[in-house]
Ligand binder design. Structure first.
Ligand code: ARG
Length: 466
């Protein structure tokens, strides 16, 4: 029997049940569903809609269902449409009529909105923890690289020498913004929808603020329509995961490229590489490639929910059931991705010598020659022309740039020392630039911010069941 069978004169068609069920994927929410039901029982008791005995009996039945589910002994029935139905059906089996009081003043519409917010809270917390660990690993790897240099690229063409730490921290700062966004999203979704009923609240004297507080939410809903139909918090998580995924994907693309024999800059640890089933010599960067590949899913999940929401009038519509699979998928994939990617980067080694050689091409210092002239009063446009002319000359006549610089009347001996990778990263002193000093300053600031963020993440509500 479905919950709504009494209204209809015919039992549901198998095809209807097969198409509309959500149990196969919303089972995942069982802990949160029971947590919400416990709070609801407390609310009903406080409103004197349940006496102490009924209340105790309901809580005990919920505990039994909890352990049945936890130990894998819960038997789902074909008529269980979703997790809410399954739990309530079992509670009623266990304690009869008292069980039938559980759903007073509640609809599955506020119930699912609540379950999802509880899940979302835990999910944000889990992903935020993962990002904090990742950020801290980046700081360690950047610090360990010391003053080692590598070429920086634009258009995938060698551009200027930079400290490796500067490159790594760039990825760190991007993900630090992701963490900021996750925390802000958490703040916006910290609202309990319980008590909104189907759409308009209830005539029963329950107090949404009481249950909100009991569930550790900052506040209760202000508008019941909004409470049952708002899925913005899921869109926000999906967006945050998509952008985090894009950041990791860009990093992954560099790892794929830089570990090739052609570049030979980075080397992956064997534990974080895969082999080929056919080609004996292969060592493949599968984690990085999959991190790049999963981005399609993350973006797809975000777009999928936005499109689902687009056509839904207020308030609840069954379309909203389509919010869950994208959410679960992105959260689960990203949780695993963060751990695997972190392991890959923390065990990766750098071929410092090769990176240094690549960064030491004379032409990468051409801008430093131009800027040397600028400090001697030459207008930049003219200085640029001089340096570019020397590069062209050097290439055409196959004479080292260094020699041409030494022989140039406006440059000479002193300027020759600029043609060296280390010179540029030492001299580039403007704040935030790619210099050794900047990396030291950045690391200090980065670690401070990370420390504060770690503190904030630790306060997020994760525990699914009290
Ligand atoms: N499985 C439903 C969902 O995920 C639960 C809410 C059902 N509400 C309803 N009025 N049919 O959205």
């Amino acid at each position: 029997m479905t919950l709504w069978q009494s209204r209809l004169s015919a039992p549901p068609a198998d095809a209807l049940l097969a198409f509309t069920e959500s149990l196969s994927f919303d089972q995942k929410l069982w802990r949160f569903d029971i947590q919400g039901s416990r709070a609801h029982v407390h609310g009903l008791t406080r409103a004197k809609l349940l006496d102490e005995e009924e209340s105790a009996s309901l809580l005990e039945a919920l505990d039994s269902v909890y352990s049945e589910l936890e130990t894998g002994n819960f038997r789902f029935l074909p008529s269980d449409e979703d997790i809410h139905t399954a739990v309530e059906r079992r509670v009623t089996e266990l304690i009869g009529d008292v069980g039938a009081k559980l759903h007073s003043g509640r609809s599955r519409n506020d119930q699912i909105a609540l379950d999802l917010r509880l899940y979302a809270r835990s999910a944000i917390s889990a992903i935020s923890h993962g990002v904090v660990e990742f950020l801290s690993m980046i700081a360690d790897v950047a610090e360990a690289a010391g003053d080692a240099v590598m070429p920086g690229y634009t258009h995938t063409q060698r551009a200027q020498p930079v400290p490796i730490g500067h490159y790594l921290l760039a990825h760190g700062w991007a993900m630090r913004r992701d963490l900021d966004r996750l925390l802000a999203a958490y703040g916006r979704m910290d609202v309990s929808p319980l008590g909104a009923g189907a759409l308009a609240g209830t005539t029963l004297a329950i107090d949404p603020e009481f249950t909100a507080n009991e569930l550790g939410f900052a506040t209760a809903f202000l508008n019941s329509f909004d409470a049952v139909s708002d899925r913005d918090f899921i869109v926000e998580i999906l967006f945050n995961i998509a952008l985090l995924g894009v950041h990791l994907s860009r990093f992954a693309e560099e790892i794929v490229m830089f570990t090739t024999e052609e570049f030979g800059f980075f080397r992956l640890d064997d534990a974080y590489s895969t082999g080929s089933s056919m080609l004996p010599q292969k060592k493949n960067p599968d984690i990085a490639e999959l991190a790049r590949g999963k981005t399609g899913r993350y973006v797809g999940n975000l777009v999928s929910l936005l499109v689902t929401l687009k056509g839904t009038p207020l308030t609840y519509n069954r379309d909203l059931q389509e919010d869950k699979e994208p959410l679960f998928d992105s959260v689960e994939q990203m949780t695993r991705e963060l751990v695997a990617f972190q392991g890959m980067v923390s065990t990766m080694t750098f071929d410092y010598e090769r990176l240094r050689q690549a960064a030491s091409s004379e032409y990468l210092q051409a801008i430093d020659i131009a800027e040397y002239l600028v400090t001697n009063g030459v207008p930049f446009r003219r200085a640029h022309g001089v340096a570019a002319g020397l590069v062209r000359d050097s290439l055409e006549r196959r004479v080292p740039l260094r020699e041409l610089v030494g022989a140039h009347p406006q440059l000479g001996e002193e300027a020759m020392s600029l043609i060296e990778a280390d010179a540029a990263v030492r001299r580039r002193s403007a704040a935030g630039g790619a210099s050794i000093d900047s990396v030291v300053a950045q690391l200090k600031r980065y670690r401070q911010e990370l420390h504060d963020l770690r503190g904030l993440v630790a306060t997020l509500n994760t525990n699914p069941v009290e």
